[in-house]
Every structure is written in structure tokens, then in C-alpha cells.
Design a protein. Structure first.
Length: 275
């Protein structure tokens, strides 16, 4: 493991801040985000050791000036199938007015510069995934695709819907961020086989999965607490509910900070996040 950023990680944990765009930009630059024309397919096949750059790829749209909204990419169909992802094609993206909904969600995030800078640094491409139940949000990232996120976008148009999409974007951004940081600092002991209860899955999960849950949902809670004073009543009720729900979930795993499979850095990170 390359510990070139270990001191930066230590300072990041000590400050107890989730958002540190300057630190993350250093890692992003080191990770080679600009070494190839970024698309999800280029990133995936580069990871697989295959030079299959699609320089003629045309995104469905560009969100917020620099985030590619990608339709289903046929060369990734095997990847989609293996990970249970159904990616919308152009016609469905049009039908759901996805561009407007993603722009509206990003606008909510833009109100908080450090959160927005983090999203802008880490998200280069978005693909929209199908969910059976419109009341259910789904999102996904893969650790070997470092700057792409997969999110669902509902049929309705409302302030609450904007927040739900913003939450999904932040959720997956923070998975990307923690994965990049883990490349330079071990948070879970090598060879860890232990499992711990996850309130988000209501089942036992690997230690790394629970750590990611604590990190990601702490960030979402922070976002909702920041935006809450600016919301109208109905939307504020939704945000308040999410804050209370996440706080309850985090309180259920207070002992996680004592888990023996966390490294010193992992334990310190969890201590800074759990109540």
C-alpha cells in the first residue's frame, strides 16, 4: 500500500470533517482521473487491462457542465448483468425528464460549497438505473470504477424528489471518496472476516461495509441538517425525518467503534462519526 497521503489522512480524521475538497483533489489528481477520456466503459475496461477507449462515445447529456449522463452502454452489458443493474436507454431518460431532475438535485447540493466541490471532484459520469417501486431509491458504485455513480430517478417532480436524488448522489459520492482514501490508509485490518450488524441492511455485514455505511450516512445526515433551515414545511418534515432516522440507525451501532477488526485509523474515523 502506498502511504504517500497517510499524513493527510491522519489530519482529515483528526479534524473530524467529512468534506475536504483540497485533500480529495490531491488524491484524485494522483489517481489519474485525467489520463484518459473518462467514460464508465473506459474506466471499467482500463481496470480490466483492456485498451477499449471509445473516443466516439456521445453522452446523452452533460449535467452541471462536466458530469456525463450516460445511457446504457452495450459494451458494459455483461457488467450490468453481473451487478444486477438495468440502465436506462435514451428514450427512458427522455420520458423521465432525467436531465432536469439531476440538474435540480445538483442545485440543492450547490448551496453548500464544500459538499458541491466534493461531488464535482469525484463524479465524472452518472448512469440511471431502473427500480420496480417508484417509492424506493436505489444507487450503486463499484470500487474499480472510481468516478462513476449509478442512481435511480423517480417519476414525480417535487422538492422532495429533488432531495431524494441529491441524497443518492451524495451517498455514492461518499462511497467513491472513502474508497479512494482507503487506497492510502487501511481502515480495516487485512484479512478481516468478521461481520457486524448493519442497521441499513438489517443483517450482518462485513466490517468494511458497515464502515462505509457509517461514513456515507453521516454525510447524508450532515447534508440534511445543513439544508433543513431553508426548506418549506412539507420538505422540511421529510428532511427532519431522514435526520432522525439516520441518527437512530447510527445509535444502534455505537459499539462499532470498539470493533477489533478496525485499524487505529478506522477506529478513529468511526469515533469521529458515531454519537
Amino acid at each position: 500500500m502506498d502511504n504517500i497521503f497517510l499524513d493527510d489522512v491522519k489530519r482529515y480524521i483528526k479534524r473530524g470533517q467529512l468534506w475536504d475538497s483540497e485533500f480529495i483533489n490531491k488524491i484524485v489528481d494522483f489517481s489519474g482521473n485525467n489520463k484518459y477520456l473518462y467514460t464508465t466503459s473506459n474506466a471499467w475496461f482500463s481496470h480490466c487491462g483492456v485498451n477499449l477507449e471509445n473516443k466516439n462515445f456521445i453522452p446523452f447529456a452533460t449535467i452541471d457542465g462536466n458530469i456525463l449522463l450516460e445511457p446504457n452502454i452495450p459494451s458494459l452489458n455483461k457488467f450490468y448483468d453481473e451487478h444486477g443493474l438495468e440502465i436506462y436507454r435514451d428514450e427512458k431518460l427522455l420520458e423521465l425528464d432525467v436531465v432536469r431532475k439531476l440538474e435540480a438535485a445538483i442545485k440543492e447540493i450547490k448551496a453548500f460549497p464544500e459538499i458541491y466541490k466534493t461531488v464535482k471532484s469525484l463524479v465524472r459520469a452518472i448512469q440511471v438505473i431502473h427500480v420496480e417501486d417508484p417509492e424506493y431509491d436505489s444507487s450503486y458504485t463499484h470500487p474499480n470504477i472510481p468516478f462513476s455513480i449509478f442512481v435511480s430517478v423517480g417519476k414525480d417532480i417535487s422538492a422532495i424528489s429533488n432531495l431524494r436524488v441529491a441524497e443518492s448522489i451524495i451517498h455514492e459520492t461518499m462511497h467513491l471518496q472513502l474508497t479512494l482514501i482507503e487506497n492510502f490508509c487501511p481502515f480495516v485490518k487485512i484479512g478481516s472476516m468478521e461481520e457486524f450488524y448493519s442497521p441499513w441492511r438489517d443483517e450482518l455485514r462485513p466490517i468494511r461495509g458497515v464502515l462505509h455505511g457509517v461514513y456515507v450516512f453521516s454525510a447524508i445526515k450532515d447534508f440534511y441538517k445543513r439544508i433543513l433551515p431553508f426548506l418549506e414545511l412539507k420538505t422540511a418534515d421529510f428532511a427532519s425525518y431522514r435526520v432522525e432516522q439516520i441518527e437512530d440507525e447510527l445509535s444502534q451501532i455505537n459499539d462499532f467503534k470498539k470493533n477489533s477488526d478496525l485499524t487505529e485509523y478506522g477506529a478513529n474515523l468511526v469515533i469521529s462519526l458515531l454519537p
